[in-house]
Design a protein around this ligand. Structure first.
Ligand code: NAD
Ligand code: MG
Length: 393
């Protein structure tokens, strides 16, 4: 049966890798909708290649610019805005949704895909961090299939028992070992981090990714968001997850069992592997990725994370422990801080300082409705933006 896929965030790093997998299997996958924010040229060429029923841009002006670029013969309907994203994520014909919008902007369409019972290929970890309990409930009630695309969570999923239903001990699981590359500044001292530039921060040693997640990797916030993501996905506590720095990014994560076994998934640092796994599960399809050459790799290293120099991991753990609206606040403050760092408004070490200030001022509420989550998100953004302005002046 042909799978009809909506790719949310198709012009980004994960979106392009997804389309590369689709391109290899025209007999299995057809594109229903593509969505992007501002990259009109890239969207125009994706539309020309994949002829989706819909192309959605974030703003109307970008949608107008896209219409100008499409040929008269194009059958693709061009839309804009959040309602249109929700529409293409939940349309009846769609069987799979790749959730690869970056940040909180991905929440509503990703949630809509879960509520309408799609196979949700979850790359947009921020939506789970913001609204974990609500999101997992939507998956259950909507009858959706949630397949983690984040390479670590995909590796954990692959290393879990097939009939895993959310009780680690019952399945003989002792620990989840979440691997981290350590980012471009692994081993650096706090003093040296004061002066790093955005260009240095986005230059990840192993992975090629969008700017925001690259900065998150450099601060270790990415691992913090992933720790929260793992707790929601696998229904466990933060203590059940150990972060292991593994600079080669060959092992993508592991699961430790009570009999002493440790199962791992290994592979190239290429997101097409977890993407193809999620798209085809429980089958396997070609993803265009070479197998590992273990003789070439020769050695694998492991070390503990440096949470003193990189406090973001601890902030994320604290936010999850507090619960309620705090993870959404952590996420929002981080998005503002990272954008300010990329815009050269604040320094690298100001990122965790700013997030902590916002968290310290937050009065936690329950995160049991979309309204409460979105209002905590808006509150945190406003305060974080004010703090950016104060830092500058
Ligand atoms: P990216 O910046 O390369 O792409 C982001 C996509 O989202 C683009 O298509 C962009 O147009 C769209 N977008 C941005 N703002 C938007 C808005 N306001 N409204 C609608 N669309 C918007 O990012 P990426 O690296 O592809 O990451 C996407 C998501 O996947 C993130 O949540 C990230 O954490 C996660 N992820 C990425 C990787 C990776 O290797 N890149 C790995 C694991 C998880
Ligand atoms: Mg990851």
């Amino acid at each position: 049966m042909t799978q009809w896929i909506t790719v949310l965030g198709s012009t980004g790093s994960i979106g392009c890798s997804t389309l590369d997998v689709v391109r290899r299997h025209p007999d299995k996958y057809r594109v229903f909708a593509l969505t992007g924010a501002t990259r009109v040229e890239e969207m125009a060429s994706q539309v020309a290649e994949f002829s989706p029923a819909y192309a959605v841009m974030a703003e109307e002006s970008a949608a107008d610019a896209l219409k100008q670029r499409l040929t008269e013969a194009s059958q693709t309907q061009v839309l804009s805005g959040t309602d249109a994203l929700v529409q293409v994520a939940s349309a009846e014909k769609v069987t799979q949704v790749m959730a690869a919008i970056v940040g909180a902007a991905g929440l509503l369409p990703t949630l809509a895909a879960a509520q309408s019972g799609k196979r949700v290929l979850l790359a947009n970890k921020e939506s789970l961090v913001m609204a974990g309990p609500l999101f997992m409930q939507a998956v259950k009630e909507g009858g959706a299939e949630l397949l983690p695309i984040d390479s670590e969570h995909n590796a954990i999923f692959q290393s879990m028992p097939h009939d895993y239903r959310g009780d680690l001990a019952e399945k003989g699981i002792r620990k989840i070992l979440l691997t981290a590359s350590g980012g471009p500044f692994r081993g650096w001292q706090a003093d040296d981090l004061n002066v790093v530039s955005p260009a240095q921060a986005v230059a990840h040693p192993n992975w090629s990714m969008g700017a925001k997640i690259s900065v998150d990797s450099a601060t270790l916030m990415n691992k913090g968001l992933e720790l929260i993501e793992a707790c929601f996905l696998f229904n466990c506590q933060a203590d059940d997850v150990d972060v292991v720095v593994h600079p080669e990014s060959v092992i993508h994560s592991m699961v430790q069992y009570c009999d002493g076994s440790v199962l791992a998934q290994l592979g190239q640092p290429d997101m097409r592997t977890p993407i193809a796994y999620g798209m085809a599960w429980p089958e396997r399809i070609e993803a265009g990725v070479e197998s590992l050459d273990l003789f070439d790799i020769a050695r694998l290293n492991f070390e503990k994370p440096d949470e003193e120099t990189f406090p973001c991991l601890r902030l994320a753990r604290d936010a999850f422990a507090v619960g309620g609206s705090m993870p959404a606040v952590l996420n929002a403050a981080n998005e503002v801080a990272v954008a300010a760092f990329l815009g050269e408004q604040i320094g690298f070490t100001a990122i965790p300082t700013l997030i902590k200030q916002v968290m310290d001022q937050h009065t936690v509420v329950q995160a049991d409705s979309l309204e409460s989550i979105l209002s905590a998100d808006a509150w945190a953004r406003e305060l974080a933006n004010d703090l950016v302005q104060e830092t500058r002046s």
